[in-house]
Design a binder for this molecule. Structure first.
Ligand code: AMZ
Length: 333
């Protein structure tokens, strides 16, 4: 949906040798609101990676000037909207606390269709009742959403047996996410992943680096990174890595924890928790080369602090990134 960058932004090839094969682009500031946003973006861009993103708003207002452009294709990053279901409604919890519920919509199918229409390529569903009780409580909504959408849908929450996982995979869900089972019966996850390649995801929800289960009401003594390592080579499609302290807070992702998860195994990581604005999503691009291939966004989409279509364009193939810069050193937004 984003137009091609105008030619005048393309550096002359003569300058490529001087800058090691990379072309330099830079974000321009301006007075007022734009300046504030440009400064915030620059804080992200200049940290460990030089990154340029064709944001519609900035491009239309001429806020770009020539800078570094990657000559390589950047790693893909998928933005996955989340619908958390509680008693049939779309809600968000604050830090997973069932007593801190915000109800956003009473029509989960309409909500899912709206995000699909905005360009989502995958939908993340959580059955919060299921996660807490271990019983499938929101199946009616889950099945209605899956039937209505043409994009793949994944579901976590209450998938606690092989039979339940098989049932969900047979009724149109693309992927099942196993949290509690991953820690209590890791063999079951490996068996399912072997039977359904690419369709079994492990959900690792961590509180201070330790894995939480059963709706996050219980915390184990197992380190999240150790659990990730356990599934190396098992055929698991991805790990959804959720930082409980940031989930539902809009405060920004826990980049250090995500980086540790990405480094712990070669399984792709999907970041979950804390996304509050586009800059947070962009900050994840610094660890994309380590295997962070997607990000789940929930509350920020309902609140409107992240525009899904803009975010998808911002991390899409047109983005420009200095792929040579290695993501070492502290990363903060
Ligand atoms: O918000 C919560 N309290 C919560 C939540 N979002 N509790 C669990 N979950 C999600 C996990 C994972 O996707 O992020 O439920 C899934 C794990 O469920 P289970 O039943 O396999 O442990």
């Amino acid at each position: 949906m984003t137009a091609k960058l105008p030619l005048r932004w393309t550096a002359q090839s003569a300058s490529l040798g001087r800058c090691g094969g990379y072309r330099h682009f830079q974000l321009l500031g301006e007075q007022g609101k734009g300046a504030e946003r440009a400064a915030r973006l620059e804080a992200v861009l200049n940290r460990n990676h030089r990154l340029l993103v064709p944001l519609r708003e900035l491009r239309d207002r001429g806020l770009w000037q020539p800078g570094w452009q990657s000559l390589r294709r950047p790693a893909a990053m998928q933005i996955i909207p989340a619908i958390d279901l509680l008693d049939g409604h779309c809600v968000r919890l604050h830090q997973g606390d069932y007593d801190q519920v915000t109800r956003f919509s009473d029509d989960p199918v309409a909500q899912a269709l709206a995000w699909q229409a905005q360009g989502a390529e995958r939908l993340h569903l959580v059955d919060l009742d299921g996660a807490r009780s271990g019983q499938p409580i929101n199946d009616q909504a889950v099945k209605a959403i899956t039937a209505a959408l043409s994009i793949p849908v994944q579901l976590g929450g209450g998938v606690r047996s092989a039979e339940r996982a098989e049932e969900l995979l047979a009724c149109g869900l693309d992927r099942v996410i196993l949290g509690t089972v991953a820690i209590e019966q890791p063999q079951l996850v490996a068996e399912l992943a072997g039977r359904h390649p690419g369709r079994v995801v492990v959900g690792i929800d961590a509180k201070d680096g330790l894995v939480a289960t059963r709706g996050w009401l219980e915390t184990s003594a197992v380190r999240a990174t150790d659990l990730a390592r356990r599934f190396e080579g098992s055929g698991v499609a991805a790990i959804v890595s959720t930082d409980i302290a940031t989930d539902g807070t809009l405060a920004g992702p826990n980049l250090e924890a995500l980086r540790a998860m990405a480094e712990a195994s070669s399984i792709p990581v999907i970041a979950s928790g804390g996304i509050g604005c586009l800059e947070h999503i962009l900050s994840l691009l610094s660890i994309a080369p380590l295997g962070v291939e997607g990000v789940i966004v929930g509350r920020a989409l309902y609140d409107g602090t992240v525009d899904l279509a803009e975010a998808i364009a911002a991390v899409g193939p047109e983005r420009l990134q200095d792929a040579l810069t290695s993501p070492n050193g502290p990363i903060t937004v």
